[in-house]
Design a protein around this ligand. Structure first.
Ligand code: GLN
Ligand code: ZN
Length: 758
């Protein structure tokens, strides 16, 4: 059996690529030095794969910014606005596409999430009648380099169907009509590469989704036939991941490729269907090691799958692999020096995952009983640790009653009960955070480093809260917030206070370009140890007569933005978090905070890629939100906030969350989302964001008023709220203040046209 991974994280163990890129952009590092750093990283990563005993090292997985962008440049799909950049160095063009060009005032390509991961790719733009000039792909040079250094390279590419599906076509351009010319460029590249390697990996994760249109599905076989011809005797591996192949099994099986890679982590149940569809001349790469998580593989589950495949196909036709590229997990767990042993011993980052593959291969081929027994014993030992399985948490989660998912009364009754809040029509509010100034960041950092005392820290944050309340009073907003100055991040803040969470020192994962995130880790049962937000919010409420909205992060968002344990169901973990948040909600209510917002920023992005799985997810996700929010009196108002655009598909799920008020991002799409409200009569109150907080631009009164009028065509005035798109933490005070001033003025103006001022 051969072993391989679909890709290695490129950022580097110590985020070397991030540092090099940022120094290069600042002008402190030469292009040559940047290239040198990249080369060193690639070599290191190949060396790791080889030392672990993998049969191939993957090339083409390294990118200076983004692999989709590398593919876009290979195809020569450069929007008109970048034409001026061509004369400059190739790197300047490359980074202009990625980050825009401030000097020339050129906007970058749009960025969006890569399937259901937290990685962002640059969206190719296909302009009407645009002419394309095929260029090069770094994979060729990297493959030659790897070979020269004595490695056995397996180049990896993003496939043509995935690239085209993710590309955005301008009006008047039919992107699939470009398929043949795209395929020709791929054929050339494959034929060049085939001189230097025995196997090429071509990634088509789109096959694990329902995104491929019928006309593309029809052409799959033909296009792949031509790509296989271009490869000559070199084998082509069709790589699918992020879900089961489901209805695309036949398409994949008839692609004519020599190998098919399937994701056995996200597509657990698909083995039999795959085995029965696989043609005789096709080998199977089993993605049994999770490329998107930080945990060791449970060998007792993986080995039977491998054995089953071997017995059906023979071991020459089975390969072992990571489920997807390891891009989505941190680099090396041995860098972690502060984690308790019972947690660390369960973990495997990218380096360790390479070793797991060769170990699994040994177990399956030569029956290495010791390695198998060790793995099983370790998992059992740590699972029983009282820190991981907390009996009180289990007991509580299993005794949740149906009533706990429901508010006491219908929305109509609650609405009346909430009249005591005396809010005007079109109430104005914000999403929670206010600008995180240099002083705020410094205060938090000095406290974290132990440089200032707790009492001084509390006093400093209280000063910020007071200042924030004063500004909001002056702005005349209707529902105030405390400003979130104490929070570094909306998930980390809660993770740090909840049981069952831990934090790595170096568990960085690339989010986009040089940007990395270090997600919290949920390793054990989650529970609330003490109130987490009550003091800050009550302090804010003590400063004003107006209602202050208490701000919490919801269970689904906490789950989606963490690395989650894989020994119990995600829905179960989510339920535990929901119970912890429920306690906080009730405690806030008891303390007199009567408007509480539970943010579910990540609800949409956590949705699995296939309809069946998405349905199950939405069901438990909505239940978790309701569990967290339903323990309050009718007179207490529950808000939620979501930030993404394509939410139309889940509108009915959002309605089922039963929040009294939702705020949604919408201004970037010119309030396009409002159209959804024409067909779907949202039964409660909505605040469609009236201006884009991602941009420093200050919206005018007229512009906001116009958006509100537009919103009023879809949403009854009794149900409309006025708020920005999202939190203001990344903005400067002077921008935020003026923008909110305009927003409040616009609301007042529109109220007048409705014949009311209150
Ligand atoms: N309450 C958070 C804030 O205002 C919400 C952030 C988000 O939706 N991403 O920052
Ligand atoms: Zn948001």
């Amino acid at each position: 059996m051969q072993t391989h991974i679909l890709g290695f994280p490129r950022i580097g163990k110590k985020r070397e690529l991030k540092q090099a890129l940022e120094s290069f952009w600042n002008g402190d590092l030469s292009a040559q030095a940047l290239t040198e750093t990249s080369k060193e990283l690639k070599k290191k990563h190949w060396h790791i794969q080889k030392s672990a005993g993998l049969d191939y090292v993957t090339t083409g997985d390294f990118s200076l910014y983004d692999q989709m962008l590398d593919t876009t440049l290979m195809l020569g799909v450069i929007p008109q606005r970048f034409q001026g950049c061509n004369k400059d160095s190739p790197l300047e063009l490359y980074f202009s596409l990625a980050r825009g060009h401030a000097g020339r005032n050129i906007a970058a390509l749009e960025m969006t999430k890569w399937f259901d991961t937290n990685y962002h790719y640059l969206v190719p733009e296909i302009e009407a009648n645009g002419s394309w000039m095929a260029g090069t792909h770094p994979v060729v040079e990297d493959t030659l380099l790897a070979r020269k250094l004595g490695f056995l390279p397996k180049p990896a590419l993003i496939g043509p169907f995935t690239w085209l599906t993710l590309a955005k076509a301008q009006k008047g351009e039919h992107k699939w009509s470009r398929l043949n010319s795209v395929a020709n460029v791929y054929a050339n590249l494959l034929s060049t590469l085939s001189n230097h390697c025995g196997c090429i990996q071509i990634d088509e994760p789109v096959l694990c989704t329902e995104l491929l249109p019928e006309e593309a599905r029809k052409q799959f076989q033909e296009v792949y036939a031509s790509l296989n011809v271009a490869c000559g005797v070199t084998k082509l591996m069709l790589a699918t991941y992020f879900g089961p192949l489901a209805q695309n099994i036949k398409i994949a099986a008839s692609s004519g490729c020599s190998l098919l890679h399937v994701d056995m982590v996200r597509g657990k149940g698909q083995l039999e269907a795959i085995l029965s569809s696989l043609p005789k001349d096709m080998s199977l790469s089993l993605g049994v090691v999770d490329g998107r998580n930080i945990w060791k593989t449970d060998y007792s589950k993986a080995v039977p799958l491998i054995r089953r495949a071997v017995s059906a196909l023979g071991r020459e036709r089975v390969l072992l692999a990571s489920s997807c590229s390891l891009l989505h997990c941190p680099v090396d767990v041995t860098e972690e020096t502060a984690l308790p042993e019972h947690i660390k011993s369960r973990m495997a980052f990218a380096v360790q995952k390479c070793y797991e593959l060769t170990e699994l291969c040994e177990i399956a081929e030569r029956g290495n009983a010791i390695a198998l027994a060790e793995n099983v014993a370790m998992l059992q030992r740590t699972a029983a640790h009282p820190d991981i399985c907390v009996s009180a948490v289990r007991k509580r989660a299993s005794s949740v009653t149906p009533a706990m998912f429901k508010r006491h009364s219908t929305y109509q009754k609650r609405r009346t009960a909430q009249n005591w809040l005396h809010l005007p029509v079109l109430p104005t509010t914000t999403i929670g955070s206010f600008p995180q100034t240099e002083t705020i960041r410094k205060t938090r950092l000095s406290y974290k480093r132990g440089e200032i005392q707790e009492t001084d820290y509390i006093a400093a944050i209280r000063r910020e809260i007071r200042d924030c309340i004063e500004k909001q009073e002056k702005l005349n907003l209707d529902v105030l917030v405390h400003g979130e100055a104490e929070r570094n991040d909306m998930v980390e803040y809660f993770g740090q206070q909840l049981g069952g969470f831990c934090f790595t020192q170096n568990g960085w994962v690339q989010s986009y370009g040089s940007r990395c995130v270090k997600p919290p880790v949920i390793y054990g049962d989650v529970y609330r140890k003490a109130p987490m937000t009550v003091d800050w919010i009550c302090y804010a409420q003590s400063l004003t007569q107006k209602p202050v909205k208490g701000m919490l992060t919801g269970p689904v968002t906490i789950l989606c933005w963490s690395f989650v344990r894989d020994d119990i169901e995600r829905s179960e973990v989510c339920k535990q978090i929901a119970l912890a948040i429920r306690d906080e909600v009730q405690e806030l209510e008891k303390a007199g905070v009567r408007i509480i917002q539970i943010d579910e920023a990540a609800l949409r992005e956590g949705m699995p890629l296939t309809a069946a799985e998405a349905e199950a997810y939405l069901q438990w996700a909505v239940e978790a939100f309701r569990l967290s929010s339903s323990g309050v009196e009718d007179a207490t108002q529950i808000h939620t906030h979501m930030c993404y655009s394509e939410f139309n598909v889940i509108l009915s799920s959002i309605a089922q969350m039963d929040a009294d008020v939702i705020s949604i991002e919408s201004s970037r799409s010119g309030m396009e989302l409002l159209d959804a409200f024409t067909d779907f009569h949202y039964p409660r109150a909505v605040g469609p964001g009236v201006y884009d907080i991602h941009s420093p631009r200050i919206p005018s009164v007229e512009e906001i008023a116009e958006l509100l009028h537009k919103a009023l065509r879809h949403i009854p005035k009794e149900q409309l709220w006025v708020n920005p798109d999202c939190g203001l933490k990344t903005r400067q005070w002077k921008e935020a203040y003026t923008a909110l001033e305009n927003m409040v003025t616009a609301a007042k103006k529109v109220r007048l046209t409705l014949g009311t001022t209150s």
